[in-house]
Design a protein around this ligand. Structure first.
Ligand code: PMV
Length: 354
């Protein structure tokens, strides 16, 4: 009887405050700018992946939320799997290990503990969990940054989900992609007061995928060129400093400015891309007014909105203000006509606190 080798790993979703938008190499997924994100709480919004290897398996197979999904021969999933196999081979050669663990084929099952249709990116947590589970199965002593090089080739933003807390994806400059990896700016414990609220405005599938949207933006937007060269490098430095100094005012200003510029770049694309809707814009107006009143009262910024490639708002705020913000949002957007689906609190504040 043969032994079955199996390993399970999980990874959370991350939400960028400096947005990644644009690839300089579409095959290796090398970005046109560095980015920075916050990895969300340990329990909510996670992907959990179990990989199994058995000599009797005839081919690699994948099940997503219990349903088999095709592994396309030249797709990103196949790339990640073959990169992990290559890493294992290198490790065997380096350690002069015999090849009894060199499993030829995998069966992989991945689950998201949040609805895949919730309009929240599951590819980041999904690819991070996949790479982490294969690393565990292969007993690779690889650092999260090394694994981020492989997760990046599944979905760019996935490289940041290999760390908790505040994470930078350094764009790198090497054409091989070997320096385009994730590093931790600070662990979650450094600033535990930081919370995130996710306001699910719509769970519709987004109209323009990030892959095709980015490609169109790179090809047509003059504003993107300005952003890459003159805006992002300075913002990366300033927001990293703000995180290290727990300076919420600066963190909030940069986060909102970067979300605005990402959506401006989408609008600057030919033909234009619109990811936000009227409810998204109404939430922006509410947060702007809320901050204005707070600054006037001498209390500084209290909330920072950010939007990815869709209409759902993520609001970063310190724990002491979360309750007030949730009440504010719920009073302005009572859940009506499917327009405003859910307010899900993370980093401790749960939807039951509403
Ligand atoms: O990794 P992708 O292809 O899902 O792209 C993510 C792009 C944004 O979510 C809009 C920004 C980001 O940095 O996560």
């Amino acid at each position: 009887m043969s032994t079955i080798y199996q390993a399970t790993a999980s990874a959370p979703v991350n939400i960028a405050v400096i947005k990644y938008w644009g690839k300089r190499d579409t095959k290796l997924i090398l970005p046109t700018n560095s980015s920075l994100s916050v990895t969300l709480d340990q329990d909510h919004l996670r992907s959990t992946t179990t990989s199994r290897a058995d000599p009797s398996f005839e081919r690699d197979q994948l099940w997503l939320n219990g349903k088999e999904d095709e592994i396309k021969a030249v797709g990103r999933l196949a790339t990640c799997i073959s990169e992990m196999k290559r890493l294992r081979k290198e490790y065997e050669i380096k350690t002069q290990m015999n090849q009894r663990y060199s499993f030829p084929q995998f069966h992989i099952a991945s689950y998201n503990n949040f609805p895949t249709a919730a309009g929240l990116a599951s590819s980041a947590s999904g690819f991070a969990a996949l790479v982490a589970s294969l690393a565990q199965l292969y007993t690779l002593p690889a650092s999260p940054s090394t694994l981020s090089l492989i997760a990046r080739q599944g979905s760019g933003s996935a490289c940041r989900s290999l760390f908790g807390g505040f994470v930078a994806w350094q764009m790198g400059s090497d054409p091989s992609g070997n320096d385009s990896l994730a590093v931790q700016v600070a662990p979650q414990e450094h600033w535990p007061q930081m919370h995130a609220l996710i306001c699910v405005v719509s769970d519709d599938k987004k109209g323009t995928s990030s892959t095709s949207g980015m490609q169109r933006t790179v090809e047509t937007s003059p504003l993107l060129q300005h952003r890459i060269k003159y805006v992002v490098p300075e913002r990366m430095e300033k927001i990293s400093k703000a995180i290290l100094e727990r300076d919420f005012d600066t963190f909030a200003k940069i986060t909102m400015a970067d979300s605005n510029q990402f959506h401006a770049v989408a609008l600057d694309t030919e033909p234009p891309i619109f990811y936000m809707n009227d409810v998204s814009r109404a939430i922006i107006a509410l947060i702007v007014e809320y901050n204005r009143l707070s600054v006037e009262a001498g209390k500084g910024y209290k909330a920072a909105y950010t939007y990815d490639a869709g209409p759902n708002a993520v609001i970063y705020a310190l724990e002491e203000n979360i309750k007030e913000i949730v009440q504010l949002i719920v009073s302005y957007f009572p859940q009506r006509s499917g327009e405003f689906k859910d307010v899900l609190g993370l980093f401790g504040a749960s939807s039951t606190d509403l």
